[in-house]
Design a protein around this ligand. Structure first.
Ligand SMILES: *Cc1c(COP(=O)(O)O)cnc(C)c1O
Length: 350
């Protein structure tokens, strides 16, 4: 079968005979079991879904391929989005791959360098505004309403359609839905999409159970947890630095229908989890993507028992997107002259 979400999950996607089918290789990402963390956290079975293995390094590609296919079907010549970095990287890549224009509005100085580089390399038309993501999204909504450009933020329902395929993949690999899905929550499109995917596969008889949806926001950007809009969201996890999530209500529905929770984790907990994931799992995720594991660690610390549970944590984006944050505060390493004996001694071999 040809690679990609459009081919593999055609029957579950809003595809017609006129929809162009193509792929940059998105989807079919690894589901990796981690025995070290399983033991350490006393979890029955613990898996990480590596969404950083998508073509532009985040899950955004799953939704983007569907959104762009539908845009092309409708004859659109330009895409537009607001972004904390990963949506714009993905939009720029798929636009380039399909020969249409991408216009991205980003909060100035708030985008990780790797993500910025992607938008630049793919030749997006970039506008950095003096403001945050929520303000950028407002502008994009107004402009896409007024002009013939296609909105590719997750308010575009085709984004959610594409992103739900990650839930299908989990069931296709495990043979059943997990007991719990731990996932970072920013604009809340992804938790909405996973829940939709789990429900649809359940309805199609592909799974007997549905997971509890465990969403985690960053403390400084936790509008759903706090129950009000956060005007100036702040967190090291830039991909979830959002104060007024577009899919707020649907995230609450996913939480309530599944019997799950939406909670928050601090920046320290996020960075500790990022380190834990790297040093015990061999997995390098960007800060936002570590909110899943940070949430699991938090609940374990509160004494919640997962010893007979099967858990999947979503690692939403690769750590290579944001190396500045990763190396900041890292322990110093040895710097020595190019001399064997000196290196040998410093390493404690002699
Ligand atoms: C977009 C993104 C999120 C947040 O997803 P939402 O759908 O906005 O809730 C989390 N992590 C990464 C790496 C992302 O790119």
């Amino acid at each position: 079968m040809k690679p990609g979400v459009l081919y593999r999950y055609k029957d579950f996607l809003p595809i017609t005979k006129k929809t162009p089918l193509f792929s940059l290789g998105e989807g079919d990402t690894p589901l990796v079991r981690c025995s070290q963390l399983e033991k350490e956290l006393a979890v029955g079975e613990l898996y990480f879904k590596l969404e950083g293995c998508n073509p532009t390094g985040s899950f955004k590609d799953r939704g983007m391929v569907v959104a762009v296919a539908k845009a092309l079907e409708e004859g659109s010549k330009a895409l537009m989005c607001a972004s904390t970095g990963n949506t714009s990287a993905s939009a720029a890549a798929y636009a380039a791959g399909c020969g249409v224009e991408s216009i991205i509005i980003i909060p100035k100085g708030k985008i990780a360098l790797g993500k910025m580089a992607q938008a630049i390399v793919y030749r997006a038309k970039i506008v950095a505004i003096d403001g945050n993501f929520d303000q950028a999204l407002k502008i994009v909504l107004a402009l896409t309403e007024k002009h013939p450009v296609t909105l590719v933020n997750s308010l575009n329902p085709n984004r959610i359609e594409g992103q739900k395929t990650a839930a299908f993949e989990i069931i296709d690999v495990l043979g059943e839905a997990p007991d719990y899905l731990f996932i970072p929550v920013g604009n809340a499109g992804n938790i909405t999409a996973y829940w939709k995917g789990f429900k649809e596969y359940h309805q199609a008889g592909k799974s007997k159970v549905k997971p509890k949806m465990m969403g985690f926001q960053a403390e400084g950007a936790a509008p759903i947890v706090r129950g009000h809009i956060v005007e100036k969201p702040e967190t090291v996890a830039s991909a979830i630095r959002i104060g007024n999530p577009a899919s707020w209500k649907r995230a609450e529905a996913a939480r309530d229908e599944s019997g799950g929770i939406i909670d928050m984790v601090s920046d320290d907990e996020i960075l500790a989890a990022q380190k834990m994931l790297a040093t015990r799992g061999g997995i390098f995720g960007e800060p936002a993507s570590a909110a899943s594991l940070a949430g699991l660690v938090k609940l374990r610390r509160q004494g919640r028992d997962f010893s007979r549970s099967r858990i999947v944590c979503i690692v939403t984006g690769t750590g290579l997107k944001d190396t500045e944050t990763a190396v900041k505060g890292a322990e110093p390493f040895l710097e020595l002259p190019a001399d064997q004996a000196t290196v040998e001694k410093a390493l404690g071999f002699i």
